[in-house]
Design a protein around this ligand. Structure first.
Ligand code: GDP
Ligand code: MG
Length: 176
């Protein structure tokens, strides 16, 4: 109906991964359109939003950030994972340890996400620095083992701006 066409649907997307992999910068790149120079200054921000039009429909993507506390207290975990529509797992392509942490994050998410099965994707960030520590083949193998799509990108490189958008929009299309 006409009424429906003016409604905005809201989807909650959470961004998970080790500290310093660029979760805040990725979310800011998508919602704010820029590379965030001092992500530390955003501690305390619960989420950022961006409304996109897909096939004439307004979709508001609410991107939840961990506010610098990657290891939550128990009460926070529940809050963060509640009513989640999609999950982005992030690692830093120049930091093998951040990649090796992924199974733990994926496990935690599987335990807490409500509802439990939501679209999930893997994002290797900081590709502007080269792919030194985490080769694509290694990341692809992990992604395949979970059946998650894999994206490699950079929140910093302006040439990757459209790619970052495309990653979030891919999720939005899956959700709508
Ligand atoms: P978070 O702890 O996962 O939220 O990571 P931040 O978004 O706070 O970023 C951590 C650090 O990595 C900051 O110094 C950012 O400037 C830097 N950073 C984030 N994304 C990129 C990227 O794509 N390339 C490079 N070279 N640095 C990045
Ligand atoms: Mg952060």
């Amino acid at each position: 109906s006409l009424q429906d066409s003016f409604q905005t649907r809201i989807f909650k997307i959470i961004v998970i991964g080790d500290s310093n992999v660029g979760k805040t910068c990725l979310s800011y790149r998508f919602c704010g359109g820029k590379f965030l120079k001092n992500p530390e200054a955003t501690i305390g921000v619960d989420f950022r939003e961006r409304t996109v039009q897909l096939d004439g429909e307004n979709i508001k993507l609410q991107i939840w950030d961990t506010a610098g506390q990657e290891r939550f207290r128990k009460s926070m975990v529940e809050h963060y994972y509640r009513n989640v529509h999609a999950v982005i797992f992030v690692y830093d392509v120049t930091n093998l340890a951040s990649f090796e942490s992924l199974p733990e994050w994926i496990e935690e998410c599987s335990h807490h996400a409500v509802p439990p099965v939501v679209p999930r994707i893997l994002v290797g960030n900081k590709c502007d620095l080269g792919r030194g520590e985490v080769p694509t083949s290694l990341a692809q193998r992990l992604a395949d083992s979970y059946n998650f799509p894999l994206f490699e990108t950079s929140a910093k490189d302006p040439a990757e701006k459209e790619h970052v958008d495309a990653i979030f929009l891919t999720l939005a299309y899956k959700l709508k």
